[in-house]
Design a binder for this molecule. Structure first.
Ligand SMILES: O=P(O)(O)OC[C@H]1O[C@H](O)[C@H](O)[C@@H](O)[C@@H]1O
Length: 533
């Protein structure tokens, strides 16, 4: 199936992106998609028209259209867990039934969302908890998908906050709970225990610590649970009326659209939260209906496949020029690497190629002053994905926004064009250098250029646009997963470490390492124990 694309490798790797622009005067528009108010420009990559045709053929051969339909229809495409994959139903504001085993799931989703909205409103208007003291702060305790989604979104939508201030505790490191709870008043703080399974070690430990901080069982009326496991929430002491449930066909890293998004709803209110859902749904409709060549998630995925499989780049940087998207790279790390960081195909056969790149990043312009050195001159090519809003939320600081946009565009331009040795020499000569000094320095000031990047421009980071972006990346992961033939919706790779941590917990306390532990681990344990009295 990969024969055509594999056959393009040598040509693609020796190609100059600048030549593609020289050969095609329309490239800037022909290799960009403007849809749903967004513009995705992938012209600054080495993909040519034949490459795009081959990628689309590959997507078709992988059965993308059928698999997409199966996902939206609630079929059990998460085969290793025997589950449907229906996070899209959480943002489906329509009336057409979505069936799982013959049952329409939308009424219950609507009912839970209405309960969330009633609860959020009561917190926001001060009528909850009803003791005359208003909730000023919310602490979400969760990890992974029960943390990163709401955390990322709460930070992203700061201009829309008009509710209590949201805080997040995730790490089992007691420093996280300590530093987060410091200065908060338990009487005016609502604690959300967010865990799909309600068994996660970190979350349950942090929840117990927070309960003790709040004053014990008497404080449970300011605790809320979000989980698929209602019985476990009751065991913890949180009554059903303050448990917001969801179903196992919502994966943790895809769960921000439902009850896991409660902290976001508390921060921005139910109406703005619905705007976020509307954005997600708009992207779902686009993903389901647009031709592959004009389809944002499909082409975002195909550019990723091109960079990794044809050009051989095993990493990609996500670089939002938007300070409020500071946790987007971390969010995408989980979304992409937990979904597609797999070694076997759906049927268990080993993959014949590496699926899923290493994803990382930081907002611009900060990253420019830190790791862009490697991106521009290091020997490892890092495909860069720039994001930028056409407008910001600070009209009084227009100068800042113009500088932000200029920097974003400058980086992709620099990656594309580079600077030749002749240009470097001319610049240095103009500064008065000559002879050995000029020869020496010129080599260090050369930029190879020809480094791929994409740029995604959105109008302004509203709740709707954030919804579009998150759904865009979710579907991108799905498309890449389909092409690799893997299950993007399980995460067995996180199990082993958890199991071993269980065994080592006792060892850390007692100093008695399990017999089966490696000599290295035993020695580390002994060293750590030597500090404990
Ligand atoms: O929501 P929870 O059940 O507490 O799970 C929290 C997280 O932990 C797991 O280890 C998985 O790797 C994540 O996919 C999940 O989001």
């Amino acid at each position: 199936m990969w024969t055509t694309l594999d056959g393009m490798r040598a040509a693609a790797q020796s190609r100059k992106i600048a030549d593609l622009f020289a050969q095609d005067a329309e490239r800037a528009t022909g290799f960009a998609i403007t849809a749903e108010g967004l513009r995705f420009d992938y012209s600054k990559t080495s993909m040519d028209a034949a490459g795009r045709t081959a990628l689309i053929a590959q997507a078709e051969a992988a059965g993308l259209a059928q698999k997409r339909a199966a996902m939206f229809a609630g079929e059990k495409i998460n085969e290793t867990e025997g589950r449907a994959v229906l996070h899209t139903a959480l943002r489906n504001l329509g009336e057409t039934p979505v069936l799982v085993e013959g049952q329409d799931v939308l009424p219950e989703i609507r009912e839970t969302r209405a309960r969330m909205a009633r609860f959020a409103t009561s917190v926001r208007d001060g009528s909850y908890p009803g003791d005359g003291r208003r909730i000023t702060d919310v602490v979400n305790i969760g990890i992974g998908g029960s943390d990163l989604g709401p955390l990322m979104a709460v930070l992203a939508l700061a201009p829309y906050h008009d509710g209590p201030k949201c805080h997040f505790i995730s790490n089992v490191d007691g420093a996280d709970a300590t530093d987060t709870l410091e200065g908060l008043d338990p009487h005016t703080t609502l604690v959300i225990v967010a865990s799909k399974t309600f068994t996660t070690q970190e979350t349950m430990m942090n929840a117990r610590t927070a309960l003790a901080w709040a004053g014990g069982a008497a404080a449970l009326d300011r605790f809320v649970a979000i989980s698929t496991a209602e019985a476990r929430c009751a065991e913890f002491g949180i009554p059903a009326e303050r448990v917001f449930g969801f179903e196992d066909w919502v994966g943790g890293r895809y769960s921000v659209w439902g009850p896991i998004g409660l902290s976001l709803m508390l921060a921005i209110g139910p109406t703005a939260f619905e705007g976020f859902l509307e954005g997600g749904q708009a992207m779902d409709l686009h993903f389901q209906s647009a031709d592959f060549a004009e389809n944002l998630p499909v082409m975002l995925a195909l550019v990723g496949i091109w960079n990794q499989q044809v050009c051989g780049h095993g990493t990609r940087a996500v670089l939002p020029y938007e300070q409020r998207l500071t946790r987007l790279p971390a969010y995408l790390q989980q979304l992409e690497m937990e979904s597609n960081g797999k070694g076997v195909a759906m049927d268990g056969r080993p993959l014949d190629r590496v699926a899923g790149p290493v994803v990382w990043g930081e907002p611009g312009t900060n990253g420019q002053h830190a790791f862009y050195q490697l991106i521009h001159q290091g020997q490892q090519v890092v495909p860069c994905e720039f994001l930028v809003g056409a407008e910001g939320h600070e009209p009084a600081l227009g100068e800042h926004h113009r500088a932000l946009v200029a920097n974003c565009l400058a980086q992709s331009e620099a990656l594309l064009k580079g600077r030749s040795e002749a240009e470097a020499r001319a610049q240095l000569a103009a500064k008065g250098l000559s002879g050995d000094a000029l020869d020496q320095l010129a080599k260090h000031r050369v930029f190879s250029g020809n480094r791929p990047s994409t740029t995604l421009v959105y109008p302004r980071l509203t709740p709707f646009v954030l919804g579009q972006l998150v759904a865009l990346y979710e579907h991108r992961v799905f498309v890449e997963g389909v092409i690799y033939g893997i299950n993007s919706f399980d995460q067995w790779g996180v199990e082993l470490g958890k199991e071993l941590a269980g065994g080592l917990l006792e060892a850390v306390a007692s100093g008695q390492a399990p017999e089966a532990a490696s000599e290295s681990t035993k020695a580390l344990l002994t060293y750590i124990r030597s500090f404990q009295s």
